[in-house]
Ligand binder design. Structure first.
Ligand code: LMR
Length: 396
């Protein structure tokens, strides 16, 4: 029976992990998959996370199921972190949080929810977007369309984006990246978010905001600007959230799907459906990651420690961005790559073409996604000049 099954190429981003591991070059540099790296190139466990895990070892009393919506304490803390403790949406009990296996699991819940409850609605994705958006929404059978996001000169194409949003059929779903746009690193300004809100209101679109990098752009509060603006002005919206990056608990698969409804009654209806969607997909989410996050949020000391570490990670990345541009100056390439210093989050859409990416890998053992997306956190003082020399070599 299995003879007819075709072999397919592996996932382009995750495949880089193995390719990098297999490369014997001692100078190799990993700018591929989106995990934070410190100055030593490691992805350490955050101090607050380790401390929370220690507390859990001492206090956790059961490994019984946590229910299809997950841990309510986790859900409450996530909602407050996303929407703000003073959110009117929270006061009015209009938001439902369903804990999910990572941000990807949240996207799949969103996709299944849209497919089952909003049949006939297409989902509109930025071009480019995280490639797995297409994987997840396609797997759920959604019709996918795109709106422009980056122009031919590798700049944010906000005019193109807005013009396209104005053409989206009424009631369709539009996926927006809350901050730290993956793969480009180009984020919307406050004013641009306000314009997006106006179009969303005019066209009566349903925003699905993917919020996987809160704290990695300009800070926990600043990064939530767009989400909070939409939540404040719209009756209905969807949000997917991840703790993979900002708590560094990638493998614990800790995320959340949030549905905001126009009133508490609608929210309860939506919530009842989401419990079934979760049940049919994986029944209950994994509990360890959410327990870590809830433990941190419930301790002032651990919350302060976590915030400090998150600030350190963000500053390191933002400093690397300007160091990278400076290190390209001797090669006469600082202007060409000046946008890298202005982008935000883990990723930079460098403007390198697939042939450059291939040459970087073949000639210099530098790994990044074929689209020219680089994980800026993979840079450090020891490899910065090596990477810049290699870029100068391949773009000549
Ligand atoms: C990335 O974009 O590299 C990360 O979000 C990891 C992943 O799952 O693709």
């Amino acid at each position: 029976m299995f003879e007819a099954i075709e072999r397919v190429p592996g996932d382009a981003i995750l495949g880089l992990i193995q390719a990098f591991k297999d490369d014997p070059n001692p100078d190799k540099v990993d700018l591929g998959v989106g995990v934070y790296r410190d100055e030593d190139g490691s992805t350490p466990i955050m101090r607050a996370v380790k401390a929370a895990e220690q507390r859990l070892v001492d206090t956790e009393a059961t490994k019984a199921y946590i229910g299809s919506h997950g841990d309510p304490d986790y859900g409450r803390h996530v909602l407050e972190t996303l929407l703000g403790t003073d959110s009117a949406v929270l006061a009015d009990n209009r938001a439902s949080a369903t804990q999910s296996p990572g941000g990807t699991g949240a996207l799949r819940l969103a996709a299944d929810f849209i497919a089952a409850q909003l049949p006939g609605k297409s989902i509109w994705l930025s071009d480019p977007t995280w490639p797995n958006h297409k994987g997840v929404f396609g797997a759920a059978g959604l019709d996918m369309q795109s709106y422009p996001y980056v122009d031919a000169d590798n700049r944010l194409d906000f005019d193109g984006m807005l013009a396209a949003l104005k053409q989206i059929p009424q009631g369709d779903v539009v996926l927006l990246h809350a901050c730290c746009h993956n793969p480009t690193g180009f984020d919307l300004s406050a004013e641009q978010w306000q314009q997006v809100l106006s179009v969303v209101q005019e066209r009566e679109l349903l925003p699905l905001v993917d919020f996987a990098y809160q704290g990695f752009g300009d800070g926990l509060e600043a990064d939530a600007y767009g989400v909070r603006l939409l939540a404040e002005h719209l009756d209905e919206m969807l949000i997917t959230q991840s703790c993979s990056k900002n708590f560094g608990i990638y493998r614990e698969r800790t995320g959340c799907f949030i549905a905001i409804a126009k009133d508490a009654e609608d929210m309860a209806d939506v919530r009842s459906q989401l419990a079934i969607t979760a049940r049919e997909n994986y029944s209950n989410p994994p509990a360890h990651g959410s327990a870590i996050v809830a433990t941190i949020f419930e301790s002032e000391e651990l919350t302060a420690m976590w915030r400090e570490e998150l600030d350190e990670m963000r500053s390191r990345i933002n400093n690397l961005r300007s160091d990278f541009v400076k290190a390209l100056a001797p090669h006469g390439l600082d202007q060409r790559f000046a946008h890298v210093a202005d982008q935000r989050g883990m990723f930079s859409f460098t403007g390198l073409q697939p042939e450059h990416v291939e040459a970087l890998r073949d000639r210099h053992s530098i790994y990044m996604v074929k689209s020219g997306r680089a994980n800026v956190a993979g840079l450090n003082r020891a490899n910065l000049d090596y990477v810049c020399n290699a870029i100068a070599d391949v773009v000549k």
